[in-house]
Write a protein that binds this ligand. Structure first.
Ligand code: NDP
Ligand code: 2IT
Length: 448
């Protein structure tokens, strides 16, 4: 292993030297690099061709100015990004995030993760990500529209249905995709394969809205079944109350689990009777309100400020569906103490490196983001297929394919885990299974 250790250390040193101010990107990249050590030991050709040296460097990254006018007449300027990380197996594919925390480190970590996630779906899509430090909270529809139009005026130079296909992420849902699409069309004419997550009236796919949350539960079901256990009757904590959290709540409840929490960046609600889906949907999808309002409507629920991961209750399953690094090492220790058997990640990289170490040390079965939340991008790729053939598939057709894809991701991760003798390390299993297809494609295509 000496060569492998030296190679990985050199790569990490290069990243630290090049990107000293990108902690999230380092976290994501170093985790994958460490997981791949056994693969490199078996495949010296990947070291010889320096495949990982290419993998950790985006093919290109755009940063641009986004000027827009607020309702009060003032002029604002935000920063926009699109990182085209890897196109070895298909066009760049990945969401756009609108959140004040967005910077190049965040976009690069998300784009890097997307490479392996997209590979795991089995569909021909490469990895990319974008976004802006624009904060959509408290903005009017007109302000959101003007921002999206300005953002797309620049982004449209770099994307295309066979080149790079953005979609939603935090702060980008159906409303924003509509405004972005409208501006693209004004500038380039109608090409509905340019974005995914579109409205059903103009080329969107049935089940895309539900896909990430439903996919998370399909993956979780496969993971639990793999341990000869079942989701029915289990108590679940969910964080977040956005797109992923809502449809994870819906599907988990349908499957007979009891979800007792949802949250936002201010606080969380705990309802020991089980969270009521319709109330959450009314507050978040219709009124665009705060999760605090849930406790004003449902008498058995209690609202508290702070992180849901600091709430000390007995439960079985943790589904973080909010944001990166939302569970730190101490919170992971509480997860272990509270008797949790399974953690499956709806959000991207919600567990810190210390948190993951605590899961593994305590035999918590851990389903990592790039496997567990791949359902969203998988159905995005199915939306691209439907756009190409100018047809719309039924909800059941898309949902059945989604379920098959998520079960297959579990099986591929499990197979890699077994091949390398990793003892139920589904994180390394997913990293290895996602990597192998990309690495073979990169080798086949020569020095790229
Ligand atoms: P939404 O914007 O719909 O919802 C985000 C939720 O997370 C909100 O409840 C939000 O609370 C909370 N949140 C965001 N930032 C923070 C923060 N810094 N601290 C605490 N809570 C926070 O986004 P999605 O549901 O689409 O995305 C959630 C996660 O899932 C992200 O990690 C995203 O990358 C990932 N994901 C999304 C996919 C998709 O298809 N949408 C696909 C795969 C992964 P608040 O309103 O207070 O900000
Ligand atoms: O993190 C993700 O996989 C997404 N935000 C979805 C990306 C997509 O292209 O649908």
């Amino acid at each position: 292993m000496a060569d492998v250790e030296g190679y990985i250390k050199d790569l990490k040193d290069t990243i630290k030297h090049r990107d000293p101010n990108q902690p999230e990107f380092q976290e994501a990249a170093f985790t994958v690099l460490d997981s791949l050590k056994p693969v490199l030991a078996k495949h010296p050709e990947y070291i010889k061709a320096n495949i990982l040296g290419s993998l950790v460097e985006p093919e290109r990254a755009f940063q641009f100015r986004v000027p827009w006018q607020a309702d009060d007449g003032s002029f604002k300027v935000n920063r926009g990004f699109r990182v085209q990380f890897n196109s070895a197996i298909g066009p760049y594919k990945g969401g756009l995030r609108l959140h004040p925390s967005v910077n190049l480190s965040i976009v690069k970590f998300l784009g890097f993760e997307q490479i392996f996630k997209n590979s795991l779906t089995g569909l021909p899509i490469g990895g990319g990500k974008g976004g802006s430090d624009f904060d959509p909270k408290g903005k009017s529809d007109a302000e959101i529209m003007r921002f999206c139009q300005s953002f797309m005026t620049e982004l449209q130079k770099h994307i295309g249905p066979d080149l790079d296909v953005p979609a939603g992420d935090i702060g980008v849902g159906g409303r924003e995709i509509g405004f972005l699409y409208g501006q693209y069309k004004r500038l380039n004419g109608s090409q509905n394969g340019i974005l995914t997550g579109k409205g059903l009236e103009y080329g969107g796919s049935l089940a895309r809205t539900e896909a990430t949350g439903y996919g998370l539960i399909y993956y979780l079901n496969a993971l639990i079944k793999g341990q000869n256990d079942s989701l029915k009757g289990k108590t679940v904590k969910i964080s977040g109350s956005g797109n992923v959290a809502i449809y994870a709540l819906k599907k988990a409840t349908e499957e007979g689990a009891k979800v007792v929490t949802v949250s936002d960046s201010n606080g969380y609600v705990y309802d020991p009777n089980g969270i009521d889906l319709a109330t959450v949907q009314q507050i978040k999808e219709v009124e665009r309100g705060r999760i605090k309002e849930y406790a004003e409507k449902i008498s058995t629920a209690k609202y508290s400020e702070g992180s849901v991961w600091d709430l000390d209750i007995d439960y079985d399953i943790a589904l973080p569906c909010a944001t990166q690094n939302e569970i730190d090492g101490d919170e992971a220790k509480l997860i272990v103490k509270d008797g949790v058997k399974y953690v499956a990640e709806g959000a991207n990289m919600p567990s810190t490196t210390e948190a993951i170490a605590a899961y593994k040390a305590n035999k918590v079965i851990y389903g990592p983001a790039k496997a567990a939340n791949a359902g969203g991008v998988a159905v995005s790729a199915l939306e691209m297929s439907q756009n190409s053939e100018r047809l719309s598939w039924s909800f059941d057709d898309v949902d059945t394919r989604l379920k098959g894809i998520m079960e297959n991701i579990y099986e591929m991760s499990d197979a890699a885990d077994k091949e390398y003798g990793l003892d139920k390390d589904y994180q390394a299993g997913a990293n290895i299974a996602g990597f192998e297809k990309v690495a073979k494609a990169m080798l086949a295509q020569g020095l790229v």
